[in-house]
Write a new protein. Structure first.
Length: 401
């Protein structure tokens, strides 16, 4: 029977709960809102299946192939504008659905936007929910079982998620399926669903039912200016909310490391991706492919398997693409600042007991320094020199490491 003695030993993928033949495992939230398995010992038959499928205890090792990395831009500009980066995933999803397949991805559970889950889509109308990053750990619910059912019916399946979610799916399935396509998204860490709910609560308190939807990494000020946006309902009379990475509360908490899951610090899939495709941003596209630098978004895509290459050959006409030269074919990540454990514990304790707005203001105050950064970035953006200054700043920052 599976037991989680240290939180860093569980990524919350739910493979153990999905594989249990007696449904003796329930995924329960801890005080940070992250899911961990709880075993009903009276129902458990000690078959050991739950332990065998744990992707942290028994990591998958996928045979490495020659790096095939591409810069990708979807030719459909409407799709690219709605996507976080270059719109690679939508064309792949369309390929699967046209063949009568099913696509699994991350979306808001409902119109409240306060919970992020995995869903299954069987037509293109539902794919739009999967577009755009969701900086919250999603609950995969019963989608592992749904995916297996579709696979056994010989339907083509595309499943996207974080690297550990893809590893959890593969451990759960127990074998490779030719009709399974997997896509993992490079993530620096997964943030707390509980804190996200409190963040949304603050907006609801301020704007009530006037909120239409949230959008992470919005491109309203261009692809190079990562923005959190909250769009209000049409006719509400309230201005939409837009703040950059330096001033939005959620983005600041995320990149500080205050609200991320413990297992992410030691993730075995940071480098060893076990998907067919790995996708991530490319903010520095001007350095590599100047003709792609239109500030509307570019995806970097690494093909990890022969199956992935076969699929790419069938869908590549949907993209503008260029292969990445050898020597720079690597995945860059911004690692978060590690927060003091005592600070983290007191933060969650206070958030459970006090008004979230007061807690957020105390632990992540909007300071004069942040205000200067915010208005400085907006000023340089309007002058048209923001991207150039950002490039210089990144070079200075990288050289000082």
């Amino acid at each position: 029977m599976i037991e989680v003695n240290k939180k860093q030993d569980c990524c919350g993928c739910t493979a153990c709960a999905a594989i249990c033949p007696k449904d003796a495992i329930i995924m329960k939230e801890d005080n940070e809102g992250f899911l961990y398995p709880t075993v009903d010992k009276e129902t458990c038959i000690n078959c050991g299946a739950c332990e065998k499928v744990c992707p942290i205890k028994y990591p998958i090792r996928q045979q490495k192939r020659k790096d095939d990395i591409y810069y990708i831009q979807c030719k459909n500009e409407n799709i690219r504008s709605q996507s976080t980066s270059g719109g690679m995933f939508t064309a792949l999803a369309e390929f699967v659905i046209k063949k009568g397949g099913a696509v699994f991805g991350c979306a808001f559970q409902d119109a409240s936007c306060d919970r992020v889950v995995h869903k299954m889509a069987e037509d293109m109308e539902d794919i739009h929910e999967f577009r755009g990053s969701k900086y919250v750990q999603s609950d995969v619910n019963n989608t592992y079982r749904q995916a297996r059912k579709c696979l056994k019916e010989n339907r083509l399946v595309c499943y996207s998620g974080t690297p550990c979610q893809i590893a959890g799916l593969k451990k759960y399935l127990g074998r490779d399926y030719e009709n399974l396509i997997t896509v993992d998204v490079v993530c620096r860490a997964v943030p707390s669903p509980f804190v996200w709910k409190k963040y949304v609560e603050v907006f609801n308190k301020k704007y009530g039912n006037k909120i239409d939807h949230f959008k992470f990494q919005d491109k309203i000020w261009g692809y190079s200016y990562s923005t959190m946006s909250v769009y209000m309902k049409e006719g509400s009379g309230v201005k939409d909310y837009h703040r950059g990475i330096e001033s939005d509360l959620w983005l600041r908490m995320f990149f500080s490391g205050l609200i991320t899951r413990e297992s992410c610090d030691q993730c075995p899939y940071r480098e060893d991706h076990v998907s067919d495709f790995t996708i991530w941003d490319c903010f520095a596209i001007k350095e590599y492919v100047p003709e792609f630098d239109d500030d509307k978004g570019t995806t970097r895509m690494r093909i990890n398997t022969n199956k992935g290459m076969e699929i790419f050959q069938q869908i590549k006409e949907a993209y503008r693409w260029k292969s990445m030269p050898e020597g720079i074919a690597k995945i860059e990540r911004a690692y978060e600042e590690k927060k003091n454990l005592q600070v983290k514990e007191s933060f969650y304790k206070d958030l459970h007991e006090q008004e979230p707005e007061h807690v957020f203001n105390r632990y992540m105050p909007y300071t004069v320094k942040i205000a200067i950064l915010q208005y400085g970035r907006m000023f340089t953006l309007k002058l048209g020199i923001y991207k150039s200054l950002k490039k210089v700043w990144n070079k200075v920052k990288n050289s000082s490491r």
